[in-house]
Design a protein around this ligand. Sequence first.
Ligand SMILES: [Zn+2]
Length: 307
Amino acid sequence: MPSEPLADPPADPLVAQHVLEFPGGYTRTTGPVIGRFLSELRARRLVGVRTTEGRVLVPPLEYDPATGDPVTGEYVEVGPAGTVTTWAWVDEPLPGHPLDRPFAWAFIRLDGADTDLVHAVDPGHPKALRQGLRVWPVWREKPTGHITDISHFVPEVSQIRADVRTEYRIKAGGALRVFLEGVARGVFLGGRCERCAKVYVPYRSACPECGTAIPDTVEVPDTGTVTTFAINNLPDPRAPQVPFVSAYILLDGTDIPMIALVGDVPAHEVRQGMRVKAVWVPESERTASMANIRWFAPTGEPDVELS
Ligand SMILES: [Zn+2]
């Protein structure tokens, strides 16, 4: 196998560049163990071989490198997924590399194996690569019984992106209809549980705590106290401006807060314990919807100590 210096030798007389190649390919026998591995690979299966100590070597070897003992001849299917144990990043792939874009040579511990397989991983982005990354093989279209039957490995699918659009109509059922009919008249209707003595608003036909039926509504005031709130800096079609404040408001005489906007006050002045009153839209604009309540505005009363 003589090798000739290349036509254009480097200037340094002590350096000669050579190319060693076997045009048409270099044929060698695989032996039964690697042969089995490659045959399984051609069938798109990954196998290892079990050692006398019970470990699974992938790729399989004829002798256990830890003990020197011959392996058992028991082949075990592993993977196809695995976990990256360590890697080396390749910024500029060379001719003959499995990918023509940046990738990593990685040690991959296939599921069920006790040793690592070296293969290429394309994580999409170098920062996506990490120890413990779950990866799956990408198979070549026409396997031939060669390690390159796996083109490379890619990260496990962990998220999907899908267009979402839902159109729906809500039909207010019994209790909600009763509540919204109240709102259309400019009153809040709640329900009092006879057993717990708690007042819930909006009205519901059964107590959420004890399940007792609540046959009748009670009218509750449209004044209350801010129990907690959020200042929102993203526009929302239901809010008049940015920033706006959404708050949990405990209407007087009720035991559960309702969520509503707070207005007529700078956002930074809203506070827990602040007394507020509903601002209703003019009667002529009212419908059976929560849009009837423009927002809650401060009453100017002293703050309430929250328990
Ligand atoms: Zn109850």
